[in-house]
Structures are given as C-alpha cells and as structure tokens.
Design a protein around this ligand. Structure first.
Ligand SMILES: [Zn+2]
Length: 279
C-alpha cells in the first residue's frame, strides 16, 4: 500500500509534476456505482454485509474505509477521463481494479473503476465508444465480463497466459503471453495489435491500465521485462494515442516487485513519459 503515497511524493520531489497538476477526487455517487455494479453487491459493501467467503475472494478483511477508498479511486479514474478530454492525458495514482465484477470483487479489487468510468461517460453521451488497453500482467477478467455484451466498449487484454486468474473471461481481444516473455517479444506483440485497434475502432477515449507487474522482478508477474522495456511500453501506448488525438486516461494497476523502489521507479516512468509527450 505504501506505493500510493510514495509515488506522488517522488513525482513532486523530482519535479516531473508540480502540486498544481494534482487533483483530489470526491467519493463516487451511488448512482454511478449502480450503472456498473449490482444493487445487491453495493448494499453488501455499504452495509458491511459481505460473507467471509466473499471478503476472502477480494483478499483483505473488508472495512468501511476500504469501501470509501474504492469510491474515491473510481471517481478519480472518471475525473481522469474528463481531464484527458481537456489535456490529452490524465493519470490516476491508484485504480485499475480490473478483477472486480458487477456482482462481486476478487483479487484485491472492490469496485471496477475503469468499467464505472466508461459506463458513466457512455450514459452521459460524453463518449460513443471506448477502447480499454489492459497491459497489467493479469487478465482483466472483471472488465471483460462486464462489457461482454457491450459493443461500445472494446476490451483488449495482454497478460500472462499462465497467471491469475486461472479461469479467464473472454475479452474482445486477449493476448496470452508465455512465462518469461521479455521486452522484445512483448513489444513486438504490442506493435502488432495496438495501432490497428486505434485505427479500426477510432475510440473517443482510451483507458490504459499500466500495471508494472510485467517486470522480471515482480513476485506475481512471471514475465521477464526490464524497467526500460516497461517504460517503452508506456511510451508506445501514449504516443500512439497522442499522435491520433485520442484522449487517454491511465489507471496504475498492479506492481509487486520485492524492492519498493523498483515499483515506484516503474510507475514513475509512466508519468515521466507522459510529461515528456504532452505539454
Ligand atoms: Zn496485476
């Protein structure tokens, strides 16, 4: 959990961002939650009514603070999308909780922030179609399931084929990578798919889930990417969006390297790349 405070501190300390470039999100409204999550699941979260089994699937003891935190994070991703309409890019220092389904959470994910933001923007008419580029090493199973029947949202997940979740959902495009995939194969695979998706779909908005659990040092990752390769991945995604004038909202996703400094460095790289590409 330390990364959520250390990352903004690092970005301010090194001068990649100024304090004026940060925003603080308010808690998401109940109405917005219910565009994505079921009434029954929301009521269990709100009233502390999850069973032990349901809480265990999420992975930590459920407390009111965690529900409140999840609401702020999800609103942060929605706010990022709206800032991206104005500025081209905006990044959430948390979020990317893609293992959350409409009616339950798992894998440390309570609310599905990107699904909530996408559904909200579709319902208000702010966007007509959305591309989700999920490059966290774990498949975006909750997101895939939520949008399985939604033609306006294209879900693209590139992930470790043998990694969690054992039972994958069906995204619009799934690329399962073998264990120990390194920079070269990873980046070639990304190059083979991303430009075609952007040109074919012409989305009004991209959500980019920039998990850094693709690193070789990651305890849960099983891939073999370097810090430099991960940074190049971020640069490639953002540059392809920027050159087509497609706004991109970034949510950070996972990162579980042994050394906290490695995690912060990899996440900070996403911001450094964005700061370099966008004025
Ligand atoms: Zn992950």
């Amino acid at each position: 959990m330390d990364k959520y405070t250390l990352l903004p501190e690092q970005l301010l300390y090194e001068g990649t961002l100024t304090a004026a470039q940060f925003f603080t999100a308010q808690p998401l409204t109940e109405e917005a939650i219910l565009r994505t999550h079921t009434q029954a699941y929301w009521e269990k979260l709100r009233d502390g009514g999850l069973s032990r089994k349901e809480a265990r699937a999420i992975g930590f003891p459920m407390r009111p603070e965690l529900v409140a935190r999840g609401r702020v994070i999800a609103q942060g991703t929605l706010d990022c999308a709206r800032f991206a309409f104005r500025d081209g890019v905006a990044l959430n220092v948390a979020g990317g909780t893609h293992h959350s389904f409409a009616d339950h959470g798992e894998g440390f994910c309570v609310f599905n922030d990107i699904a909530i933001a996408a559904n909200e923007l579709l319902s208000t008419g702010e966007v007509k179609n959305v591309l989700i580029v999920d490059l966290d090493v774990h498949q975006g199973n909750g997101t895939a399931r939520i949008f399985r029947e939604e033609p306006r949202v294209f879900t693209f997940s590139m992930h470790g084929a043998r990694n969690y979740p054992a039972r994958k959902e069906k995204s619009d495009l799934d690329i399962g990578l073998p264990d120990q995939t390194g920079d070269e194969l990873y980046l070639t695979t990304l190059h083979n798919h991303l430009p075609g998706l952007l040109d074919g779909l012409r989305p009004d908005l991209v959500f980019y889930l920039s998990g850094v659990d693709v690193l070789a040092t990651d305890k849960l990752g099983r891939l073999a990417m370097s810090l430099q390769g991960c940074r190049e991945r971020d640069r490639y995604v953002l540059e392809n969006c920027r050159s087509r004038n497609v706004p991109v909202a970034v949510a950070m996703g996972g990162g579980y390297s042994d050394r906290l400094a490695t995690i912060i460095e990899a996440h900070a790289n996403t911001y450094r790349v964005a700061a370099g590409l966008y004025d």
